[in-house]
Design a protein around this ligand. Structure first.
Ligand SMILES: [Zn+2]
Length: 288
């Protein structure tokens, strides 16, 4: 039988929670801090774990008795694509999807913006979200047929309370890509490429001192991580309440940063300026 790794396991109904214990299980096996990303990887063989080692994905493939049909690669960085080569060697019919603008190893099926791909009973839409890399793509799984909200596999575009570094794009480009994510709707489940929730929420709480949604999410995340649980998924609705990279339009954040829109300044240009400042402060925070 030919099944799509990970996603098939969930049966996809009514939501993706059954996958979270799986991520926790992998973490409890003592695989290490980064392995909690298994929650992400396991959902769609999207990347991070695949790249760190092929052994965990390969073990899961064997455990499930499935064939690896497809890898949806968000971008070229080694921690998201470094396992493609070895996995494709083991699974010669496996297709690798992604943008031709990124040098994705073993890319077989280049995708363009808004292109849809069906694998088994699952339909994904690829969205071009440049900024972190020039060919960064995110994938949106249509949950409709399963009575589930859509799922956004955001790679390094968007994390819980955070955002990837704009290595290959301007703040304006990154802002436009983040707006694409936000446009997916508040109930969309966010499955990011890294488990950075604690660090990102802590940083955000230093920017916005009086944000109760942020405070609550931080307390919850501390608890989750103490218990070695994944913090994914959140929803895009939640993210807009505490993720500073999605709150560039909010006066309370602008004020906290000491930024004001200049007379005649284009609103998006101003938001890009706010985004740039949040990024600058986050980089400084991480450097300390
Ligand atoms: Zn990256």
């Amino acid at each position: 039988m030919s099944l799509y790794l990970g996603l098939e396991r969930s049966k996809f109904a009514p939501n993706l929670q059954p996958l979270v214990p799986k991520a926790r299980l992998e973490h409890d096996r003592g695989v290490g801090k980064d392995r909690v990303q298994g929650g992400n990887w396991y959902l769609g063989s999207l990347s991070p774990l695949i790249s760190l080692s092929i052994f965990l994905p390969q073990a899961a493939i064997e455990e499930e008795g499935v064939m690896l049909e497809a890898i949806f690669c968000t971008h070229k960085h080694w921690d998201h694509s470094g396992g493609n080569e070895a996995l494709c060697q083991k699974h010669s019919s496996c297709r690798v999807y992604g943008s031709a603008l990124d040098a994705i190893p073993r890319l077989t099926n280049p995708l363009t913006d808004r292109e849809k791909v069906t694998v088994g009973c699952l339909t994904f839409e690829a969205l071009a979200t440049p900024g972190h890399t020039v060919g960064h793509m995110v994938y949106v799984l249509d949950g409709g047929p399963f009575g589930s909200p859509p799922c956004l596999f955001s790679g390094d575009l968007l994390f819980l309370a955070g955002c990837g570094r704009p290595f290959e794009g301007s703040p304006e480009t990154m802002l436009a890509s983040l707006d694409v994510a936000v446009s997916l709707g508040e109930d969309t489940l966010l499955w990011p490429g890294h488990e950075y929730a604690l660090e990102c929420l802590t940083f955000a709480s230093l920017l916005e001192l009086d944000n109760s949604a942020l405070e609550q999410k931080l307390q919850w995340a501390v608890q989750q991580r103490q218990e070695k649980r994944s913090t994914c998924p959140s929803t895009l609705g939640e993210e807009q309440a505490y993720n500073p990279f999605l709150r560039t339009h909010r006066p309370e954040l602008q004020e906290a940063l000491g930024l004001w829109q200049a007379g005649g300044e284009d609103p998006d240009a101003f938001r890009a300026r706010v985004l740039k400042e949040v990024r600058r402060r986050k980089d400084l925070y991480q450097a300390t």
